[in-house]
Design a binder for this molecule. Sequence first.
Ligand code: NDP
Length: 357
Amino acid sequence: MSLLAGFLTPWILCLAILILHLVLPARHVEGYVDGPDGKKLRYRLNGMLVFLVCIAGWFALDHFEILRATWLYEERVGSALGAIVMGLVFSFALVLPAPSSGKSFAADFFLGRLKNPQFFSNRVDAKMFLYLFGAAVLGLNLLSFAMHRYQRFGFEPGIALHVGMFFWFLLDYLTFERVHLYTYDIFAENVGFKLGWGCLAFYPYFYAVGLWSVADLEGYSAPTWQLALAAITFFAGWCCARGANMQKFYFKTDPDHVFLGVFKPEVVTDGQRSLLCSGFWGVSRHVNYLGEILMATGLTLALGFITEPWPWLYPLYYVALLVPRQFDDDKRCAEKYGPLWDEYVKRVPKRIVPFLF
Ligand code: NDP
């Protein structure tokens, strides 16, 4: 019974988040990719509001003794299974009725056939909803896991720092939800298993692997120097990732914008198209990827179980995701920009880590 209740939890959450997304006020923005009519696709964004209502709702359910705040920890196995099945059902439902891309079914299923599907009279963009669901359920999982640990072991600064920094990561994404419209997932990927299952199951559950794996462990030890190192690593990473993403966003929307009042946009150009080669885009071609890896490392260091192997899966996952992605993006850009890309690579030879790689 309990396993079934856990299994149904992500489905109920998905419905609740969809309803909130549909009914709460949203801003209407123009995106970066073209829609089927050749005009820029438009989006309804209200991720921050939906997220905050979800968190408040979760605490309200606990306060009124309807559902314990630790529920998602107690039912973590059933709930993760439910999300895994939901991600599969979603992927099949979206891929099967769509016309084939000409690749094998396995490739179509994994990568998807539709690029930017929107539903409910274009009020819901599939990709942006998927990211919102992932962020909201990850936030709830983290709170629930941390609450469980707090009830067992009392207050531990490393766990608080871990959850605090993770919330920074989520709130940062939601604050800059619009900037996400200018990223690879939106302009280069289709919606299939990778994105659908990735956001419905992998993102909200695997990203919590650190706290999940240590939630019941004794032997927490996080001296102050380690917490300081964790915070420095995390925020250094955040500066690289957010800085690079914002610099590129401003450049794409207003090419003369002096980023932070300091970084004048230096470019390589062929007269028609330009690529930034100053500031964050001058130190390596994807310093934002280094930023993500540093943030993940900082989160793991904060947990206070640095000799446990499971929490390290999280930063390792980023290395495995982002290094091949850098190679893919380089290839895509070389095809798109031709000799201009070669010139940029000459100016900025390092791929991800300045001076090293
Ligand atoms: P980027 O934001 O780096 O976007 C790459 C694109 O930017 C290129 O395809 C090209 O597109 C454009 N570009 C590349 N170089 C330049 C340049 N010098 N000047 C101007 N434009 C350039 O990559 P992603 O979209 O992959 O990542 C976006 C963010 O999301 C990153 O911070 C990344 O780390 C993060 N991310 C986070 C994940 C997570 O789970 N937390 C997972 C994956 C990514 P164009 O054709 O428009 O020119």
